[in-house]
Design a protein around this ligand. Structure first.
Ligand code: GTP
Ligand code: MG
Length: 201
C-alpha cells in the first residue's frame, strides 16, 4: 500500500491554496512535534517535506498531491516561542482560517508528542475540527522514545479526553501503515466537494 506524493505549492494566505477538487488530509500539531517527518514517512520519500531540529521550520501551508483525488497538507506548527510575535500571530491566523474554512479538508491528523500528551491547544484543535464534522486522526508521535514500561501511561494521557491515539513513530516506522490506511480511506471523500459552489476555499 503506497501513498506517493509530490510537492505542489506553498501558501501564505488562504487565497493562495490550490483550486482543485482533491480531498485534503492535513497534519497539525505543536512546532517540532514531527509533522514534516511523518509526512515523509507516510509517503516513503525522505526530504519531501523539510524537517529540522530547530522548531518553526515549516512556514505556510504546504500542499502535496497524492494522486488525482487526495492531497496531504503540511501545516505550520504552533507554540514556537522564539518566533517573532507578529509572525507567530500571522501563522496562527492562517492555520485557523484553513481549519475553519477550507472546504477540501476532510481529515486532520493531529500530532501529539507521546511523552507529553495533549495540552489545551490540542483540545481546542480537536474541538474545532469536530465542530466542522471533519474526521480527527490522533497520532501520538515519537513513540520510539518511550520505554515499554511507559507506554500504557502515555496512552492513558489521551483516552480520558476522548482521544484515541495511534501510537506511532516516523523514526522506527511503527504504525505508519495503519496511519497510511486511515488516510487513503479518505481519498474518495471528495465526493460532494464538487457539488458545492465556491470550492477551493
Ligand atoms: P515544524 O515544521 O517546525 O513545526 O516542525 P515539525 O512538526 O514539522 O517537525 P519535524 O518533522 O521537522 O521534526 C522535528 C524534529 O523531531 C526533528 O529533529 C526530527 O528528526 C525529530 N523527529 C520527528 N519524528 C520523530 C520520531 O518519530 N522519532 C524521533 N525520535 N524523532 C523524531
Ligand atoms: Mg515541519
Amino acid at each position: 500500500m503506497k501513498l506517493e506524493a509530490q510537492f505542489v505549492s506553498s501558501a501564505l494566505a488562504l487565497a493562495d491554496c490550490p483550486r482543485w477538487d482533491c480531498a485534503e488530509v492535513a497534519l497539525a500539531g505543536r512546532s517540532n512535534v514531527g509533522k514534516s517527518s511523518l509526512l515523509n514517512a507516510l509517503t516513503g520519500t525522505r526530504g519531501l517535506a523539510r524537517t529540522s531540529k530547530t522548531p518553526g521550520r515549516t512556514r505556510g501551508l504546504n500542499f502535496f498531491a497524492a494522486g488525482e483525488t487526495l492531497a496531504l497538507v503540511d501545516l505550520p506548527g504552533y507554540g514556537y516561542a522564539k518566533m517573532s510575535h507578529d509572525e507567530a500571530a500571522k501563522l496562527a491566523a492562517l492555520l485557523r482560517a484553513y481549519l475553519e474554512n477550507r472546504r477540501n479538508l476532510v481529515a486532520l491528523v493531529m500530532l501529539v508528542d507521546a511523552r507529553r500528551g495533549p495540552q489545551r491547544e490540542e483540545l481546542e484543535l480537536a474541538a474545532m475540527v469536530r465542530a466542522r464534522g471533519i474526521e480527527l486522526i490522533v497520532a501520538a508521535t515519537k513513540c520510539d522514545k518511550l520505554r515499554n514500561s511507559e507506554r500504557a501511561a502515555a496512552f492513558e494521557r489521551f483516552t480520558p479526553l476522548g482521544l484515541e491515539p495511534i501510537m506511532c513513530s516516523a523514526k522506527s516506522g511503527e504504525k505508519i501503515d495503519e496511519l497510511r490506511r486511515r488516510i487513503l480511506a479518505r481519498a474518495d471523500a471528495r465526493d460532494g466537494l464538487d457539488a458545492e459552489p465556491g470550492r477551493g476555499l
